[in-house]
Design a protein around this ligand. Structure first.
Ligand code: FAD
Length: 300
């Protein structure tokens, strides 16, 4: 399977878009805000909360960044209008961080202010390690400006994460902890599966002491059971749309809070490709999933 994973990762850019779309379909609500509203309504009816992500990390100019920002403002309005139980997750580079620190920060700040008007919340996603310092700086500056309806993400994969937890402690931050999707060099990141898991558990335990709230983002059963042990009902679990849905339903049945990450937007292709390429394990899941669908279609 490892060979197939690697082959798939390299072949993906050559795969026709409609096929990538089909593979990635279950991970994305659709292209329009209405699709996200429909998906979130369904999740809410099933006892889950959501966080909406506007797809579009590959922006090249201020106009493109503004388009994404506008879609987030529309998402906040739609959440209020439809009384959805959902917040938003924002990638700093999608709203202009690479165009300039001040551009990214101003756009996130405007969204946090908008969200606060309706008692809502903004999660700042964490991207690759070239953005970690700036992202944490934006978070601290917003909190220093008394904007408290904002949270950040830390990645267990990064060796620096325990230090970051200590540095953020004075803010009593609201943190999503995840493994980290971006493959980083060994000099700054754990690369071994078990080491990443161990770092996740250490980070979670540290956050339980210092954070105001924790989003435990994982589909890893070992980490979910560690999450239950550490959280004791205080925190929430988070999963990606379309991933391990039965595990998610089990969490809800057990009385745990579960938030589903719901991406939507026209830039689904870049998101899908990036996800599939940057985490070779996911290519394996996709292959299994596709074979599984074909077998079940054939009655197998
Ligand atoms: C809500 C949420 C928000 C996130 N936000 C960020 C972020 O801001 N920054 C960041 O770097 N990363 C983010 N991630 C991604 C995260 O860092 C991991 O890359 C991803 O969750 C896979 O790690 P895992 O803990 O699920 O463990 P894994 O070991 O990768 O997966 C555990 C099991 O889950 C299943 N699984 C996992 N992914 C898939 C999939 N795509 N399709 C089918 N099955 C799958 C497999 O059965 C696997 O064995 C987020 C993840 C979630 C759930």
């Amino acid at each position: 399977m490892a060979l197939l994973d690697r082959a798939l990762v390299h072949l993906l850019p050559a795969v026709p878009r409609p096929i990538v779309r089909r593979i990635a379909d279950r991970y994305i609500a659709g292209e329009e805000i209405e699709d996200a509203v429909e998906t979130v309504s369904r999740l809410n009816a099933d006892g889950m909360t959501a966080t909406i992500d506007v797809l579009g990390e590959e922006i090249h100019n201020a106009d493109e960044a503004q388009e994404i920002v506008d879609a987030y403002h529309d998402s906040l309005d739609a959440i209020s209008e439809h009384s959805l139980d959902a917040n938003i997750s924002v990638k700093p580079t999608a709203v202009g961080l690479k165009l300039g620190y001040d551009v990214g920060k101003a756009n996130i700040e405007a969204l946090v202010q908008h969200a606060s008007e309706s008692g809502n919340f903004v999660r700042i996603d964490m991207e690759d390690s070239t953005t970690t310092d700036d992202t944490l700086r934006i978070y601290r500056e917003l909190r220093d400006a008394r904007l408290d309806n904002v949270g950040v993400v830390l990645q267990a994969r990064l060796r620096r994460t325990l230090d970051d937890i200590a540095v953020l402690a004075d803010l009593r931050p609201n943190v999503r902890i995840c493994k980290g999707i971006y493959l980083e060099p060994e000099s700054i990141a754990f690369t071994d599966f078990e080491e990443i898991r161990a770092s996740y558990v250490r980070s979670l335990e540290a956050l339980a002491d210092t954070a105001s709230y924790v989003g435990i983002a994982t589909h890893d059963e070992f980490l979910i059971s560690e999450g239950k042990r550490v959280s004791r009902g205080r925190f929430e679990f988070q999963m990606l749309l379309g991933v391990r849905e039965s595990l998610g339903r089990d969490l809800v049945t057990d009385g745990e809070r579960l938030r589903i990450y719901v991406p939507f937007g026209r830039q689904w292709y870049e998101y899908s490709l990036r996800r599939l390429q940057e985490n070779p394990r996911i290519a394996g899941y996709v292959a299994t999933d596709t074979v599984g669908r074909l077998l079940s279609r054939n009655g197998g």
